[in-house]
Design a protein. Structure first.
Length: 112
């Protein structure tokens, strides 16, 4: 009988382990904060910058698509853009396929 009671008692002499629970919660909170400031927040910032880039493109901007195609924007729709890649070659791409804006017509107008 003494063997069963010895196994049922906590090893630290009777305290129920409430300190362990608090330290575990604090540790998980700290880990969440680290993940938030190192992963989630920068990702949200990049998404906002990308959305701003795609909403500010204009006709005449020179862009590079995600596949590496260079061209200038001839026409813009709500979800697509028409890129001129050569004299007689125009291709339709999704707006989200634009990776970077090389030369912006707004930047050229500001410099003049």
């Amino acid at each position: 009988m003494n063997y069963i009671l010895a196994m049922a008692a906590p090893p630290n002499g009777g305290s129920g382990g409430g300190g362990n629970l608090i330290s575990t919660v604090v540790m998980f909170g700290a880990i969440f904060l680290i993940f938030y400031f190192m992963i989630i927040r920068p990702q949200q910032k990049r998404a906002k910058e990308r959305e701003k880039l795609l909403s500010n493109i204009q006709k005449g901007d020179k862009v590079v698509t995600s596949s590496g195609l260079h061209g200038s924007i001839v026409h813009i729709d709500e979800k697509t853009v028409l890129l001129q890649v050569s004299d007689n070659v125009k291709l339709t791409y999704e707006r989200s396929a634009i990776a970077t804006v090389v030369t912006s017509t707004a930047a050229v107008k500001e410099n003049n």
